[in-house]
Design a binder for this molecule. Structure first.
Ligand SMILES: [Zn+2]
Length: 442
């Protein structure tokens, strides 16, 4: 049994009613938060317990990323292949579809473990990943699961089905992994049913995915209208826009994630709201690919649940929230907007989304929530309370250093030192593999 108190910090509870507790403490027993309150009170109550001093730090829930691509790791620093891509489809064809095809079993493992280390360093304790590795497709989700367990990060995994290598490639891998997760009921590992995008999935493939998923009821995880090309493809082939097409085939619903949703109209927004389908916004990726700005505020106003992901660009959710804030303001040309909405995506919506896929209470410091807790270096230079927390979050905490990361009650990093993983050795091995992988692409 493991139990400890983290105290003398400023507790930010988040959850339904965000409370700020100065000189606050959290009592953790095994994988759960058992008690929250003033340090003095908790130390008296749980006398012989190990104590972690969080002076000068914020004690808050771990961050959640609702759209990640661990497999993208080895693209970092890679020389562009051929002529620079001039549009989104060329980015896929010249970079991502070549890279994912070149990945071996080892590449998949090391491509996962390195961003998991970045998750730990940035206080991200839960991710929803979207994976592709056509040359080692079957069993690839088990390899990522191994990396997730080694790192200790809560992970929901899926394989992106598409017709680009053969029709319905990846369906069997999703089905196999969903079955396994349903059987194991492990709160650390879960599964969704992945699809790449509307324009890479035929009607036959969509229908097969829905039929295969019928007994499981896993949510679908798919890129939607990320670029205008996806919308044009759907209009041309099926005479209807992307969201309409996917919903018509049963891909949406309460558990499904429609990632991006940039090139959609008001009717599609209404359909998303009505079907209860979740949207995930990835501002850095959208800016990097120059595909446009998602109408996040309009979608939220229409009652759509919108979360925040990184699309594999980074594992730092604090920065992603800050970029979402800035981008929405610029897009609306209105300095009154996004102040509450950008943090809402990350701090309140992402836990809601993740809890559809993990059977635990996430995203808050409260009794019975899982002990996914981070300590962040922060000495407020102005008053710090529940009323002005978002101001501190957007303008101060967004680039504060994460000192300690705890997931499911396990301490993964303390005093900025990883507890279980040898980052330098893993990075050296990953570099060696990346060199070989890049050679195969030449
Ligand atoms: Zn993506």
């Amino acid at each position: 049994m493991s139990e400890f108190i983290i105290g003398k910090g400023i507790v930010v509870t988040l959850g339904k009613k965000n409370r700020i507790i100065h000189d606050g403490a959290v009592y953790i027993k095994n994988d759960k938060i058992v008690d929250v309150g003033k340090t003095e009170k908790l130390v008296l109550k749980y006398k012989k317990c190990k104590f972690i001093d969080a002076s000068g730090k914020i004690i808050m829930p771990g961050m959640i990323c609702t759209h990640h691509h661990l497999y993208s790791t080895m693209a970092r620093g890679m020389c562009p292949l051929g002529e620079p891509a001039a549009n989104f489809v060329q980015i896929l064809e010249r970079l991502w579809w070549k890279l994912d095809y070149a990945l071996t079993d080892d590449d998949v493992y090391y491509s996962a473990i390195m961003p998991y280390i970045e998750c730990i360093r940035n206080g991200t304790t839960t991710i929803i990943d979207h994976h592709a590795s056509p040359s080692c497709r079957d069993g690839s989700l088990d390899i990522i699961e191994n990396a997730a367990r080694k790192a200790g990060i809560r992970s929901c995994l899926c394989y992106e089905v598409s017709d680009r290598n053969f029709q319905g490639a990846g369906i069997a891998e999703n089905v196999r992994f969903i079955k396994k997760c349903k059987k194991n009921k492990d709160p650390m590992i879960s599964a969704m049913f992945g699809l790449h995008a509307s324009f890479t999935c035929s009607t036959k493939t969509l229908d097969k995915c829905v039929a295969e998923n019928e007994n499981f009821g896993a949510g679908f995880h798919i890129h939607v209208a990320e670029d205008l090309a996806d919308r044009k493809d759907s209009m041309k082939k099926y005479k209807m826009p992307t969201v309409t097409r996917l919903l018509k085939h049963g891909i949406g619903g309460e558990k499904s994630l429609f990632v991006h949703c940039i090139h959609i109209n008001d009717t599609e927004m209404a359909q998303l709201a009505e079907s209860g389908t979740t949207v995930v916004h990835n501002p850095e990726s959208n800016m990097n690919n120059a595909v446009g700005v998602s109408k996040v505020l309009d979608m939220m106003n229409k009652g759509i649940l919108v979360g925040l992901g990184t699309d594999g660009m980074t594992s730092n959710m604090f920065l992603q929230m800050r970029v979402a804030y800035l981008l929405q303001r610029l897009d609306k040309k209105d300095p009154r907007v996004a102040f509450s909405e950008a943090p809402q995506l990350l701090l309140w919506n992402n836990p809601k989304i993740a809890m559809k896929h993990f059977p635990v209470k996430l995203g808050e410091i409260s009794k019975d929530a899982v002990a996914d807790v981070i300590l962040v270096d922060y000495d407020p230079i102005t008053p710090f309370n529940a009323d002005n927390f978002l101001g501190h979050f957007i303008f101060g905490l967004y680039d504060a250093k994460v000192d300690t990361t705890i997931c499911n009650g396990k301490i993964l990093m303390q005093n900025k030192k990883l507890c279980k993983l040898d980052s330098a050795a893993l990075a050296a091995k990953t570099t060696e593999l990346a060199k070989k992988m890049w050679k195969r692409l030449e």
